[in-house]
Design a protein around this ligand. Sequence first.
Ligand code: FRU
Length: 500
Amino acid sequence: MAVHWTREERYRRLDSVDPEEYDELTKAVANAPWRQKYHVQPLAGLLNDPNGFSWYNGQYHLFYQWFPLGPAHGLKYWYHTVSDNLVTFENKGIALSPDTPYDSHGVYSGSALQAGEDLMLFYTGNTRDEKWLRTPYQCMAKLDRQGVFTKWPRPVITGVPDGFTQELRDPKLWKEDGMYYCVIGAQQTDQTGAALLYKSEDLHDWHFIGEVRTELGAFGYMWECPDLFSLQGTDFLVFSPLGLKPEGLSRNNLFHAGYISGEFDLETGIFHHGPFTELDNGFDFYAPQTMEAPDGTRILIAWMAVPQLPYPTDKDGWANCMTLPRVLTVEEGRLKQRLPASWNKPAEQAATMELTAAGQPELLPFGGDCYELQTDVQDVTADEVHIDLRVRGLEYTRITYDRNAQQLIFDRSRSGEPVNASEGHARITVLSRPLQQLRILVDVSSVEIFINDGDAVMTSRIFPGEDSTGIRVQAEGGTAKLSFRHWTLDGIAFKNERIL
Ligand code: FRU
């Protein structure tokens, strides 16, 4: 159920709220149902895009868009978390507040890049006038080794180039051949999406180069959160275009996030590429951002939600979480997405089971609401194999392998409290080869499924009862040999300390 927030309520600053009252809110949220155990989530209020994902001073830094007061897209802050290993994250507090004339209506999304001793942060300062017309500024701040954040007094990019609207935001920076570059999400005056390129020698003085010249034609009405990088000789533009329509089995969410890959020429802005491909085939995935780890690996993290949709936690005063981080690689021309190696756990610590699934549903001897389940699938003669998670009575979340269609189907129609019923009940991944392996990460209100060693990923929120903890398997029209390894993940809790 949508909770309505007036504009006045949405643009109220956190420091205008009585600290005790806010403490009450965070305490109530901490005890609310469906709080995650190991995913990054807000103390209260609404979390959206990952920002400033980076490595600095011996740690991973992950910031996120945050409206502290409730489950609404209001006045945004950057909230700061850190991690040593991409498994356990910990709260550090507010990094950037909307407290200057250049970000009075929100410290919007952006990125981070180390320069010298400091971590430089780039974000869009969102402003509105009395008529509620938007003017964006691209702003800079830094985090130093003492942990102090300092904003530059003036934006580094003001105004928008000719031919573009005020919808210009989400700068993503990188350094190449001694030069700094950034790509910014944009909209052309004909209401089509674009990504703009800027360049700078010193991070202060920026020059507009032009737009990324793709072969997509008119493709949505605005591009958010672009990210441009090269991976093993292939160039990628990751972005979140607004306004795409469903296309067969894909693009069935309200908003989408994906990539084009191929060859990009920074001199001319020309990108030769293949089709736009979604990065995730589940229900809840948007605004991904990548970073380069110290060992050169490319790691992606995203917001586990879709913009503008209500979620069942809204009534408890909070909304949304991050996905788990994923390592990207290119193998035989295909993008692979896997959990970082720090997620690997000793096989001896797993509870294991092998069985031949047949007509009768069978409950596995383990389960829970916070675990990893790995499954190997062999000798499938069945038409369909079901793996049901979070089972209790008539409630369950169903993963189905349809052997004939070579599809994996994620169905949350019986998962508990319905989510965005207008979005349909199932999402489908068309597999590039028969199903062999699943790596499933269950948290209190989410499921992430890594299919066939990272060929595809399906990420979704679910809102089951707390006693819905069973795992059940069944084959229809034949049999399938399945082996399971199960690890309880209660031990890796996200350190959700109440730090502002
Ligand atoms: C994407 C987005 C960004 C913007 C931010 C505001 O979800 O709309 O374009 O910077 O969220 O919170």
